[in-house]
Design a protein around this ligand. Structure first.
Ligand code: NDP
Length: 312
């Protein structure tokens, strides 16, 4: 088993920023990239709100820059997925799917969050064949076609608006009689002639021969005036929120009912000494690249102080 001083799990803005700070603080961070190297931003196109890029930057470019910056300060970046943890006593133990076993004095959890699905069998059946949870990654394939986006939050409205620039028609399937998204996003959707909002609709299945050709939808499901019908679509996009990637830490750290790691006040402390959480795995509210980066910075500063205070 390899013994180290600072282990960072996750390679989004939180993980890489933690690695930059930990590297500069000389605590020899080892960072494991996880399931999606570069994190969720690698699935977006233009990022216009990350400070320091007045002309904007693509998600993959931004992540590549952060990675290079972390490497410049000596971060040891590796590819593997953490599968098991033992945080019962220091040094903390983490096992990875490539067989690596690490013993660490401090741990920064920056494992992010993953898009949610409705749970329909058809979502699995048509995975990669018309079902997607990322409009900016896959929207290009649906130029001049008809697509549906599920959800009524900011993500759903943003994705529907984005897709309307490519597709001929976009259905927005919303289970409530209203949108939860911010006013400005709602207005963009409601004033867009290419977007038809299906309020009070649920999707119960998909159909198609060699890919998605349509969805079975139900209007006012369970009510006396319930209506079942099909819509013809070529693509089905999920935008119904995210699940924090905290499962392997749950026996040791506190989480809320959704699974977001609860930290102490405005700090990244988890309650387990020397274990910190940064980025979307601990943030149900802001979920921005810049807030994730900020919390990664805090976590690295905390790790460095913890090692110094305990002479580790
Ligand atoms: P939200 O949790 O805000 O919205 C999820 C949406 O999906 C809701 O409309 C919800 O419906 C719906 N939903 C959830 N489960 C199901 C289901 N099983 N079937 C059908 N519909 C379902 O998630 P978002 O990802 O949209 O946003 C998360 C956070 O990120 C928010 O704080 C948001 O403001 C922020 N954000 C900000 C952006 C920006 O400012 N540019 C862009 C994107 C996100 P219901 O309302 O009925 O619960």
């Amino acid at each position: 088993m390899e013994h180290i001083r600072c282990l960072i799990i996750g390679s989004g803005p939180a993980g890489y920023t933690a690695a930059i700070y930990a590297g500069r603080a000389n605590i020899n961070p080892v960072l494991y990239e996880g399931i999606q190297p570069g994190g969720q931003l690698t699935t977006t196109t233009e990022v216009e709100n990350f400070p320091g890029y007045p002309e904007g930057v693509t998600g993959p470019e931004l992540m590549e820059d952060l990675r290079k910056q972390a490497e410049r300060f000596g971060a040891d970046i590796r590819s593997a997925i953490a599968i098991e943890t033992d945080l019962s006593a220091r040094p903390y133990k983490v096992k990875f799917d490539n067989g690596d076993e690490i013993e660490t004095e401090t741990l920064i959890i920056a494992t992010g969050a993953t898009a949610k699905y409705l749970g329909l069998d058809d979502e699995k059946k048509y995975a990669g064949m018309g079902v997607s949870a990322c409009a900016t990654c896959d929207g290009f394939f649906y130029r001049k076609k008809t697509v549906a986006v599920v959800g009524g939050g900011d993500t759903a409205c943003e994705e529907a608006t984005y897709l309307s620039g490519l597709a001929n028609k976009v259905y927005l399937i919303v289970r409530k009689p209203f949108l939860r998204a911010s006013k400005i996003m709602q207005e963009r959707v409601l004033n867009n002639p290419k977007i038809e909002v299906l309020f009070e609709h649920n999707t119960v299945g998909l159909f198609g021969e060699n890919g998605v050709e349509g969805a079975h939808v139900v209007k006012r499901m369970g009510e006396a005036d319930e209506e079942r019908y099909d819509i013809a679509i070529d693509g089905f996009f999920l935008a119904i929120g995210h699940k924090p990637n905290s499962d392997i830490f749950k026996p040791w750290v506190k989480t809320d009912e959704v699974g977001y790691i609860i930290t102490e006040g405005a700090t990244p402390r988890t309650g387990v000494p020397g274990v910190f959480a940064a980025g979307d795995v601990a943030d149900p509210h802001y979920r921005q690249a810049i807030t994730a980066a900020g919390s990664g910075c805090k976590a690295a500063i905390e790790a460095e102080r913890y090692l110094a205070e305990n002479s580790l």
